[in-house]
Design a protein around this ligand. Structure first.
Ligand code: AHR
Length: 542
């Protein structure tokens, strides 16, 4: 068998079928211990483009210096908004951006961020320091429109009355000239309605958003959403209830139980349930302390690599558990899950710009983590309607790092670029089997899956994304399209021999994806996924 595999490899190479910069990934028929079966006749649902969404908060340098560069002439900008950022967001088809928080949202008065810039008040920011309010609703909407993304606003439920939620909706959505707030919007240069559809009703209401019990929050929720202005523009508001942190399904159950005490029609007041999950505890069971449990973003061993991925993988079970809990009340499953904060969270110390709060430099490990997470969302299209990576720039799992005129795309940003191909595709059931990875966890053997991924189909274009998380071993895999032939194919891979690889302002292209065409002579073929890699196979079906 080995000899036959070698023969096929050699003959494919001889035809020039696989053009690769590194002599590793080739196509041939073989019997491997890893398999991917793509069941083209088993569609799972359309992958909402919004699962590739983003999150921006008035926190550290996300807004100021990240998005908003104001009058700084040394940074190319469009009306104060960093031009390179919106150019990059267009490239990855950014679908939606959440704003203004996070915890900041529940201490924010939206009125502070509208009207003439020189009249806006300075406030104490939730995260410390002074909030100048140079960037507010109009600037955010302009940012979204430049980026080609929809806005998703999080309302303040902890420290403003329900009336202010109502007024913010009115400010954003009332037709030109119809209300005093529409006039105020126009005075800031935006006569036309912003048509904001997505609204979060508070954020982490179990914690920084008010320390509510789920029952208390349900009472507030009912009051906040009982009557909101609608303007008949064909776009109903999509209301997202603040959900649990990670696996706490007692929150989900408590919230719906209390909400429905006023009758089953209350269910119609919720469109999405927010779920947050951060992978932060790399202590291998030593502590659950939020500060002590975190690891380093840049200095890590293979065991930390696998531990982070294990922590991230939990999101799949979390999605399943909340979906089941939701189904006890919403038996038709009209309400969807909105994973509006996700990503790894490391201890301070790897800021690209010293002093930037919560900023960390993403490495190849975070690219693998992000690809794995997006594959999970792809595999559950009926459950997850939106997800927002925390956070877009100069923060946790950022796609971009920027400081003044310096800018770089992180490995996470590169993965978003690769995975954009899945947006709006039909998710296809894909059965992946591979021997698990075994690694040493403090003298005991621990296991992590050997290969995972997802597939989607749009017309005749099949996209298969696959993560090989093994830090050092390639994974030869038999891929079976069940008889469907491929007319043309290409592979894009993000990988490095250095698991710590990352981009910086000085070396912005230390890690970049490599693409190559492939020739596949049969619907069943073998592909070798390099170690520590994210691969996208784009297959045009015959
Ligand atoms: O993303 C940083 C913070 O993490 C957000 O403000 C909050 O919602 C979460 O706890």
């Amino acid at each position: 068998m080995l000899a036959r595999r070698e023969f096929l490899r050699t003959s494919l190479l001889a035809t020039g079928a696989a053009v690769c910069s590194k002599p590793r990934t080739l196509v041939a028929a073989s019997a491997s211990d890893s398999r991917i079966e793509i069941l083209l006749d088993e569609p799972l649902g359309v992958i909402s483009p919004n699962i590739y969404g983003h999150f921006t908060e008035h926190l550290g340098s996300v807004i100021y210096d990240g998005i908003w560069v104001g009058e700084n002439p040394s940074v190319p900008n469009v009306n104060g908004i960093r031009k390179r950022l919106v150019d990059e967001l267009r490239k990855i088809k950014a679908p939606v951006v959440r704003y203004p928080g996070g915890c900041f949202a529940d201490s924010y008065d939206w009125r502070d961020g509208v009207g003439p810039a020189d009249k806006r008040p300075r406030r104490t920011n939730f995260w410390g320091g002074t909030e100048p309010n140079h960037f507010g609703t109009n600037e955010f909407i302009q940012f979204c429109s430049l980026a080609g993304a929809q806005p998703y606003l999080a309302a303040n439920l902890r420290s403003l009355p329900a009336e202010e939620f109502y007024r913010w909706v009115e400010y954003c959505n009332s037709p030109a000239g119809s209300t005093t707030l529409a006039d105020l919007r126009a005075a800031s240069g935006s006569a036309e309605s912003f048509h904001v559809r997505f609204w979060g009703v508070g954020n982490e209401s179990w914690g920084c958003g008010g320390n509510f019990t789920p029952q208390e929050y349900a009472v507030e929720y009912r009051r906040f959403v009982t009557w909101l202005p609608h303007y008949g523009n064909g776009q109903d508001l999509f209301l997202v209830a603040s959900g649990p942190y990670s696996e706490d399904s007692s929150w989900t159950r408590g919230f719906f139980e209390e909400l429905l005490r006023k009758g089953s029609d209350q269910l119609n007041s919720v469109d999405g349930l927010s779920v947050h999950h951060y992978a932060w505890n790399l202590s291998r069971g030593r502590t659950t302390d939020w500060d002590k449990g975190k690891g380093s973003a840049l200095e890590f061993e293979p065991v930390d690599w696998y531990e982070l991925l294990r922590e991230g993988q939990r999101i799949e079970e979390i999605i399943g558990n909340h979906w089941r809990a939701l189904g006890e009340y919403d038996t038709q499953h009209r309400i969807k899950l909105i994973v509006d904060e996700w990503g790894p969270w490391y201890r301070p110390g790897s800021e690209a710009t010293p002093g930037n709060q919560l900023e960390q430099i993403p490495t190849l490990r975070d690219a693998i983590f992000s690809a794995m997470t997006m594959d999970i969302f792809n595999r559950h299209p009926e459950k997850v309607a939106m997800a927002n990576c925390a956070q877009l720039i100069n923060c946790l799992n950022s796609l971009y790092l920027a400081h003044e005129d310096k800018f770089c795309v992180t490995p996470v940003g590169l993965v978003f670029g690769i995975y954009a191909a899945h947006q709006g595709g039909q998710s296809i059931r894909t059965v992946i089997s591979a021997p698990p990875i075994r690694y040493d966890r403090d003298g005991k053997t621990a296991a992590f899956w050997g290969l995972q991924g997802s597939a989607s189909l749009r017309g005749k274009d099949l996209v298969l994304t696959v993560v090989n998380p093994h830090v050092s071993e390639p994974r030869e895999t038999a891929i079976d399209l069940k008889g469907t032939r491929v007319a043309s194919a290409s592979a894009t891979t993000l990988s490095s021999t250095d698991i710590h690889a990352h981009n910086t302002f000085r070396e912005p292209a230390a890690l970049v994806p490599q693409s190559k065409p492939l020739t596949l002579s049969s619907p069943a073929f073998t592909y070798v996924f390099p170690p520590a890699s994210v691969t996208c196979l784009s297959l045009s079906l015959a």
